[in-house]
Design a protein around this ligand. Sequence first.
Ligand SMILES: [Ca+2]
Ligand SMILES: [Ca+2]
Length: 177
Amino acid sequence: MNKTVLKLALLACCARHAAAAGHILCVEAETAQLLEPPMALTSNGVAGASGAYLEIPEGAGNPPKLDAGKACFTVDIPADAAYTLWCRVWWEGECSNSFRVGVDDQPAFLLGEDATYKSWHWVKYPVSRTTPPLRLTQGKHTLTFHNREDGVRLDQVLLSADKRFVPVDIEAPGTRR
Ligand SMILES: [Ca+2]
Ligand SMILES: [Ca+2]
């Protein structure tokens, strides 16, 4: 095999690998197109966020007493795929560790309810392997984060079609493979 053929073979292999890995799309929570109180934009308070973040302040109220509070994002999905939703969150405690999240007009699902408190960390949906990931078609979709418990914070939102991808710290906003 001469050098050119070898190079082409390697390139083809890399391209296949990239396609198989799938797209990753990251947005800052503070770029939400619509905020309904008590969901609020905050830029100081809890250290370690990527820029500003969204929060439902502790004591602001939650359903069923207060059925308001949401953040809406329009995301531009690069390709039809099954996506895992990852969110960089900060929970006050066990009564402050979840959102209800809806995609387009689909019924909302529960995000969070994990036991990592008072530190920024990533939570995902779905958690269970038996729950199917989000089937999204190429083009614009709306993600809506609803008030379920107060004392919650949201820094970044990420959709990944790469099953092996696990965000660790702050992610770079934008779309990539
Ligand atoms: Ca809870
Ligand atoms: Ca942020």
